[in-house]
Design a protein. Sequence first.
Length: 211
Amino acid sequence: MDNFNSERFFTDTYKYLLNYIEPNTKVIDLGCGTGNLMELLEKDKNCKVQGIEIESPLVQKCVNKGLFVYNGDIMEGITDFQNKRFDYAVLSNVLQALDKPKEVLEEALRVGKKVIVSFPNFGSLKVRLKLLFSGKMPVTKELPYTWYDTPNIHFFTVFDFKDLCKEMNIEILDELYLTKTGNDFRRLHIFPNIRGDFAVFVVKRELPIEE
């Protein structure tokens, strides 16, 4: 576990996120970390990118890369943006670590024409079996944290997220499931919900028409 690099681990999923983002578009990365995804969007897609990150040391790394990042809470940083200001809002591996994930998703849908959400699937077979046979919170290669030091404070599954989308009247445009194989992720097509270690959703919701 000491050798686990969380950001490197999830950086390996970025190529799948990039497939959903059109070139020359405007993107906001919510919980952007050190800005790895923002760098790729600028370099490979010629996107105009902005980020929000609460951890000051990570923001400094973004600044050193020439990236524009707001240092603070996502809800504070996103409030002043106009409706549908961005073509895409990205929540990459952050929803499960937020105090108020539903509220942040709500704001992401407001400022983004489309929202890309990725998260670890706590309903995968690996997690279920670990819990069943050990009787303890699972520690896996994909989720290597013990219960007392995990950044993940909301444990939810793909079905939980789909239920939330239904509750919030969110349209799911696409979804994919990934499993870790060696040093890379691979897309699943057969029984992806139970086999997938990681899920990616592309969603949207139109703003209500003002009378």
